[in-house]
Design a binder for this molecule. Structure first.
Ligand SMILES: NC(=O)c1ccc[n+]([C@@H]2O[C@H](COP(=O)([O-])OP(=O)(O)OC[C@H]3O[C@@H](n4cnc5c(N)ncnc54)[C@H](OP(=O)(O)O)[C@@H]3O)[C@@H](O)[C@H]2O)c1
Length: 255
């Protein structure tokens, strides 16, 4: 039976921009109560009587604990938790840098696993949906995204095993977006994202559809889904073309 997302109580991290902001808009249209969180959420212009904004740096354990307390205080329950906050490095790795690795793992990976554990702690038996926005690059690694793709691939590995620990009605849903036109690529101005590119509205709509259908794996791009599942030779061709781009940019010292 399809999950009715109307009037649910939802937490969205990374709600100030891009995919997260579109998710917040769609969920509010569906009548949901929403707690939206990001480092700058309280400055964001979006306002609604059913929206509660919270500043939160998901790379910090204390901030996630506070976010759960805040959400329970405002809504009394959390039916759906969407761990969407994240960022990427597009780079050539030139040396050893512990802090550089730690920053992205804390944000993209550790925070998601910890939030999933918090949901389970809160509701050991009760049904809920935990949704994490991973990436197509977590399944198909491409040059320039070595560290980023590993942070998302880790989520995939976690989800595949962790689902066996969940009780009936508890869902761990992973989303695999391809390039999406958001602020995500702002740090690499002038460099084209890996094609094709989707809109955040489309990706948010696919995520909500996937939640309603209780899908374990949500693919906003059908082309990527088919390529990943049935056409491995096309993947090799795609990676080769991205590799040429990477070599050129690295050679010119642009990354
Ligand atoms: N765009 C793409 O091509 C693409 C493709 C595949 C997957 N994804 C994934 O989709 C998710 C959303 O990205 P987007 O494309 O919508 O990018 P975006 O427009 O840059 O939005 C990222 C959001 O995450 C928040 N954020 C970043 N670091 C945070 C932190 N430490 N604590 C709390 N919030 C933080 C940002 O808000 P603040 O700056 O206010 O904190 C912002 O709201 C990410 O997990 C990304 O990896 C994106």
């Amino acid at each position: 039976m399809a999950l009715d997302t109307r009037n649910k109580k939802v937490v969205v991290t990374g709600g100030s921009s891009g995919i997260g902001l579109e998710l917040v808009r769609e969920l509010l249209k569906d009548g949901c109560q929403v707690v939206a969180a990001s480092r700058t959420m309280e400055n964001s212009k979006i306002n609604h009587e059913k929206l509660h904004k919270k500043n939160c740096d998901v790379s910090l354990q204390g901030d996630i604990d506070e976010l759960f307390d805040f959400a329970m205080g405002k809504m009394g329950d959390i039916d759906i938790f969407i761990a969407n906050a994240g960022f990427a490095y597009y780079e050539e790795i030139k040396g050893a840098d512990w802090e550089h690795i730690k920053k992205i793992y804390d944000t993209n990976t550790l925070s998601v696993i910890y939030s999933a554990e918090k949901m389970k702690e809160l509701y050991p038996e009760r049904p809920y949906n935990f949704v994490c926005v991973a990436s197509a690059i977590g399944l198909l690694s491409i040059p320039g995204y070595a560290i980023y793709s590993s942070t998302k691939a880790a989520l995939n590995g976690f989800a595949n095993a962790y689902r066996y620990e969940l009780k009936g009605g508890q869902k761990f849903q992973v989303v695999y977006p391809i390039s999406t036109k958001t602020h995500f690529f702002d740090d690499n101005e002038g460099i084209d994202p890996p094609p094709p590119v989707q809109t955040p509205e489309h990706v948010a709509g696919s995520i909500i559809k996937g939640i309603k259908k209780d899908k374990d794996r949500i693919f906003p791009s059908k082309i990527f889904y088919f390529m990943n599942r049935f056409l491995p030779f096309l993947q090799r061709f795609y990676v080769r073309s991205e590799s040429k781009k990477f070599e050129k940019l690295a050679g010119e010292g642009k990354i």
